[in-house]
Design a protein around this ligand. Structure first.
Ligand code: GLY
Ligand code: MN
Ligand code: MN
Length: 470
């Protein structure tokens, strides 16, 4: 289906949910030391969902399913530095806009009474604050971001727009799923390239950066970008580690959490953990198999109607069962999970929504992740659960259990005291070469169950060791 038609369908669906005009900004491209030296541009995901193209400094006005595009044509001088750019009219035709005007036409004509989701850039904040929230119009403006000084902006419309966007973006349409399949396929290739690069990187005393480069090379080769900052680390116990300077040692496990993003902005999010020397040690293998059991059990449970929170708890109980079998935890697995003892080793949630963003729609707080009336738990084992809804066909979620020995948790005296009976600390010390393991896949909820979009990337010890030997 042509992109213009897909976008039109999304707009029509929005028009059924809200009866007020909506204005969405793409955001701008911040500069470093001089205006033309710019950071890479990433359009706002709400803009991308309805406009389809990553257009910097653009806005779309949506009302009753009609799209009006506001953007400036490139100035003539830009051709010297950037070559020929498509005109506003050409872009408008491509995305199926009903009308198109220069950006400067936006403020006087279109802003009053429009609802928006602010993007975190000074340009959009300025435009919205000046255009929507000056004194004369303060009774008519509606802005989601309360950090902007927007007096008298009724919050009910903020919420109505956010809820409508969540309702639309929660379940992916066929075009989005096609994009996510592409991101997933390239991500799988990137992980295989990372595995293939690891043994020689270790042999030649290279750092994590060498493996990261091999992985991101695949993504760049497909003219995609990374959907988030890659994590490629021998210190997987640092959950979002973004350092790449450690030399690979033969006894290390390497945790790689790397995902591609398509040109239209759709993400993949995948983690694998593998031994740098090609073979898991007995202790690494034992814990890996426990995490894999939790991963497999959680994925097997994914289907419409199932509570994601229950999938999280199933992963926790499976992990606790495995750790009891290894002698690391003591007690009944259900009791261990009820007291959050498992969270000493698996402190985060089993996953999150995936779509245009890697943690999809978390710019709206927990509005997307938590069903109405539900709130984050303050329990140690549940507080980082990012999704607490019944699953619906069309949702894409990650499943990503892990095992980590986080010094800040395990050396904390109050936690050690609290869980002293439940943890066999002497036995745990025998697993010192297992600092961090995570296994993460992207799972589409289907009408009858699920489809793992990243299933072609192996997970078992035997398959991973085989890939490392290539
Ligand atoms: N890549 C970040 C995450 O898995 O949540
Ligand atoms: Mn994830
Ligand atoms: Mn990840």
């Amino acid at each position: 289906m042509p992109i213009a038609q897909i976008l039109q369908q999304r707009r029509q669906k929005l028009a059924k949910l809200v009866d007020f005009p909506v204005l969405l900004w793409s955001g701008d491209r911040p500069s470093r030391n001089f205006p033309a030296n710019q950071y890479p541009f990433r359009a706002s995901s709400h803009f991308l969902y309805f406009a389809g193209l990553p257009l910097p400094n653009a806005a779309i006005h949506l009302e009753h399913g009609r799209l009006t595009l506001f953007m400036d044509d490139a100035p003539p001088a830009a051709a010297l530095w950037h070559g020929e750019s498509p005109t506003r009219e050409q872009i408008a035709a491509e995305i199926g806009a009903d009308a198109a005007y220069p950006l400067t036409d936006l403020l006087p004509t279109e802003l009053p009474n429009a609802q928006t989701v602010l993007q975190p850039s000074q340009w959009t904040i300025d435009a919205a604050t000046i255009g929507l929230c000056n004194e004369q119009r303060s009774d008519q403006c509606y802005i989601l971001d309360r950090s902007v000084n927007a007096p008298n902006c009724p919050e009910d419309r903020d919420l109505a727009l956010a809820q409508a966007i969540v309702q639309l973006r929660l379940c992916q349409d066929a075009a989005a799923i096609a994009e996510m399949r592409q991101a997933a396929a390239v991500t799988v290739q990137a992980h295989k390239a990372g595995m293939a690069a690891t043994r020689s990187a270790q042999t030649f005393a290279q750092t994590e950066a060498a493996v990261r480069a091999a992985m991101e090379q695949v993504i760049l080769t497909h003219n995609m970008t990374t959907a988030y900052n890659s994590i490629v680390t021998v210190h997987g116990e640092v959950l979002h580690n973004e350092h790449y300077h450690h030399v690979l040692q033969p006894q290390d496990l390497l945790l790689a959490d790397v995902g591609a993003e398509t040109a239209q902005g759709w993400a993949a999010d995948v983690t694998r953990t593998w031994p740098t020397a090609g073979k898991f040690s007995p202790t690494q293998r034992a814990v890996y198999d426990v995490v894999l059991a939790a991963h497999d059990a959680a994925i097997a449970a994914v289907k419409p109607g199932v509570e994601y929170r229950d999938i999280h708890l199933l992963a926790c109980v499976t992990l606790a069962t495995g750790l009891v079998d290894l002698g690391i935890l003591r007690g009944k697995p259900e009791d261990l999970v009820a007291s959050d003892a498992h969270a000493l080793f698996f402190p985060h949630g089993v996953g999150h929504l995936l779509g245009l963003d890697v943690h999809d729609m978390e710019d709206l707080g927990d509005l997307a992740g938590y069903a109405p009336g539900r709130n984050r738990s303050d329990r140690f084992g549940l507080g980082y659960l990012r999704l607490d809804r019944p699953l619906q066909a069309g949702m894409v979620v990650t499943i990503e259990p892990g095992f980590y020995q986080v010094p800040a948790l395990l050396k904390d005296s109050s936690r050690r005291e609290r869980y002293d009976e439940q943890v066999n600390w002497e036995r745990l010390a025998e697993f010192a070469d297992v600092r961090g393991i995570r296994i993460e896949d992207d799972v589409l909820v289907t009408d009858s169950g699920s489809e793992v979009l990243t299933a072609s990337l192996p997970t078992t010890v035997a398959e991973i060791e085989a890939l490392l030997s290539i």
